[in-house]
Design a protein around this ligand. Sequence first.
Ligand SMILES: [Zn+2]
Ligand SMILES: [Zn+2]
Length: 433
Amino acid sequence: MPVNQIPTRVTAAQEFYVRLMRGDHSPFHLCAHSLTPTLLGAEPQDGPNPLTGDQPPPLVPSNPRPESVPEPQIQDAPKIEDASQPRVVLLGTGGGPPAVAHRANTATAVAIGDAVYVVDCGRGAVSAYVNAGLSLGHLRAIFVTHMHADHNGELINFFLYGLHPQGPAGGGLPARIQVFGPGRSDELIAMGAPIESPICPSAPMSGTADLLSHSIAAHAGHLNVAKAAGFPDIREAIAVTELTVATADNQASPLAADLGLQVVTADLGVVDAGANSEPAPAMDPVVIMEDDRVRVSAILVPHGGMFPALAYRFDTDSGSVVVSGDTAKSENVVALAAGSDLLLHEVMDAEAMIASGMPEQFVREILLQVHTDSVEVGEVGSEAGVKRIALHHFVPSQPGAVGDDQWRRQVSRHYDGEVIVGQDLMSIPLGTH
Ligand SMILES: [Zn+2]
Ligand SMILES: [Zn+2]
């Protein structure tokens, strides 16, 4: 096919390809040179395009780091002397959508020897996990704090990319991964108002089993072919525990049952909680899991209409770490984190959001009802008596939008301990303080 003209009858894909080849990419706003290797499976070529004779445009990153954004200050990260040392690894530290460059969404690993536990699986979690040098063969359990996509969007990816036979390239996932997360909620509110014309009326506030079972169904082709090729059966690789409260819709996911997915519920013992009433009434932490490395406790936290929302605490022989999840300032986080060695807390700079042009009323009356301002994070750490605070789930989340010193200064207004400003792939040792 000549590449300098578009035939009269072409598919959209053919038209795209022809325009790409002749360098006429203005309708698509794409860079032909940088896309060609990806689309054609070829290495980028120096010199003119062999088909068109056009000189390629200069090769530049499609998403260059703005000059105003500093490089991650890896040298500031606490150093790990020994990879086997118990540690918390920040796989992703960015707050919710939209996606930003150079920072993944929220995910955290707690690594205790050859046992790894993951809390949340936002965008980039699986890549970060392997980039951090963690073995999928060591993954024991995944804990989802709540059902926002910046915390669970990559949950299925741990199985799609980790569920393979053990081989020279590394170990596949072990026999069965435990997945803990919220059950369904039957309260449909957002911004304090009912949600009209909800998507998926049969389960509009989906739970962890819904997320996994529908993801499995969507990838059934891949999973069936892989199973026929000798890969593990995903239905035998997952054990879901949905954390529920008495007032929520605790109906099991019908699709999970159809698939034969192992799902059990664990009632948190709270009878007066609800998205529309009190999403996080005062309660004692509930132990939800215990093995030879960790004891994990959960507590409800207030995160608006996204209910139930949870914070988790890991107690280990090397120390304790609490992951707040997304939450407004909460006495339940104080109770869960009491006396802990490390509090990994979400953080928002409300003044920076207002200064960036976001309406002040929206920030104060909406965002601060579901997130915690940096000054408040220090108050939580002080009230809980934690030894160290580490910050993640930054809002705003663009690296450099708020300087590290500013985050630290604001948290330290009411907190005397060490404040660690998190970065993607930062490791924080446990048991050395
Ligand atoms: Zn979030
Ligand atoms: Zn959230």
